[in-house]
Design a protein around this ligand. Structure first.
Ligand code: PLP
Length: 381
């Protein structure tokens, strides 16, 4: 509600273009700059390091573009198969069309990235960019970002982290971790969809993808989405306050209660991913013998929203790439589902959701009986 309130004036009377020299425009400019300060504060960055974009995908693409433009002779990239498609697909594109060589660093059963393996493949003078997410979007598992940034610093290599899922849920600091680029998306932190930011460390030169009128200090041309940027600024302020007040500890307790009840209510169920090193709000279950797509459809009828690993924007559900990157088979990749909580989630919602999920899983298992033994995994079952 606070975000909506903050945005409303910029959707109504305060409609000036922030690049305009008239008073109307200057009011919008002030609002954009105030939002920049707030987003910078949540990201542990300087206001001048924030570049507003249209989404997390644009932020990730821009980081890659800037890095490869910075070092056109470096033809090597390092990342993992557990990254969001807004990284994996960019890397595969650069590999397929621009001759980049790629090292895909393995992740273990818990989704944890092997930093030693990363250190072994980073090539001083040859690697254009290393990209490692702060928190995984399917499992919530955190990445060893500080260690990875340190390896890159040592090797003189640029480092990007996709912090889209982490912002507002765990402390994030560009200054403390030493990343050169950090991606943010509005809708993962209670701001609107269709707005994002890329933090560009003042220590690196930035090469823009969007060239035009020179907005955002020439780093991202195009008239700013003022209302959404204002919303993101307010969301950053709200989330910083909420974290300081312990909201995320409460979310974690609720998430743990949810997990305990699901595991108690439905047999042949477990949690994917390291259960310690992860976000407080995310959980990813596998339900043996249950099709994730079927579960999504049944639960949708009950107003419970969940997400099987891969997007269904193409109309077909593939097994989760993240779960298979963790070494599990496609069967597990097809029966894994993510649920996300927020600081607005309640105990009542959790308990109701558990009943509905248990009923839906039973229904799907009757349709397709479980074969073989009970599956146990993720450190808890
Ligand atoms: N990175 C991660 C980790 C995400 O979870 C998402 C969105 O789900 C994105 C990038 C893409 O963000 P956007 O949808 O704002 O483009």
């Amino acid at each position: 509600p606070e975000v909506r309130e903050a945005m409303l004036p910029y959707l109504e009377g305060a409609y000036g273009n922030p690049s305009g020299g008239y008073r109307f425009g200057k009011d919008s400019r002030k609002a954009v700059e105030a939002a920049r300060e707030r987003v910078a504060s949540l990201a542990g960055a300087k206001a001048e390091e924030i570049v507003f974009t249209s989404c997390g995908t644009e932020s990730n693409n821009s980081a890659f573009y800037s890095a490869v433009e910075t070092y056109p002779d470096r033809k090597h990239l390092v990342t993992t198969r557990a990254e969001h498609s807004a990284v994996v697909n960019v890397v595969e594109y650069l590999e397929a069309t621009h001759g980049y060589e790629v090292d895909w660093v393995p992740v273990d059963e818990g989704g944890w990235v092997d930093v030693d393996a990363m250190e072994g493949v980073v090539r001083p003078g040859e690697t254009a960019l290393v990209s490692l997410m702060w928190a995984n979007n399917e499992t919530g598992v955190l990445g060893p970002v500080k260690e990875a940034a340190g390896i890159c610093e040592e090797a003189g290599v640029l480092f990007h982290t996709d912090a889209v899922q982490a912002m507002g849920k765990v402390p994030v600091s560009v200054a403390a971790c030493g990343a050169h680029y950090l991606s943010i998306s509005g809708h993962k932190m209670h701001a609107p969809k269709g707005v994002g930011a890329l933090v560009v460390s003042e220590r690196v030169r930035f090469h823009a993808t969007m060239i035009g009128g020179g907005q955002e200090g020439g780093r991202r041309s195009g008239t700013e989405n003022v209302a959404s940027i204002v919303g993101m600024g307010k969301a950053a302020e709200v989330m910083e306050r909420a974290m300081a007040e312990g909201s995320m500890e409460r979310v974690k307790e609720l998430r743990d209660r949810f997990e305990g009840r699901i595991l108690g209510a439905i047999e042949g169920t477990g949690i994917n991913g390291d259960i310690e090193r992860r976000l407080p709000n995310t959980t990813n279950f596998f339900f043996e013998g249950v099709d994730a797509e079927g579960l999504l459809i049944l639960l949708d009828n009950d107003d419970v929203c969940c997400s099987p690993g891969s997007a269904c924007s193409t109309g077909s559900f593939e097994p989760s790439r993240v779960i298979t990157a963790m070494g599990y088979d496609t069967e597990r990749g097809r029966s894994s589902v993510r649920f996300s909580l927020s600081m607005f989630s309640t105990e009542g919602e959790i308990d109701e959701a558990v009943k509905l999920i248990a009923a839906a899983a039973r229904k799907l298992r009757v349709a397709r009986p479980v074969r073989g033994s009970r599956v146990v995994g993720g450190g808890r079952a």
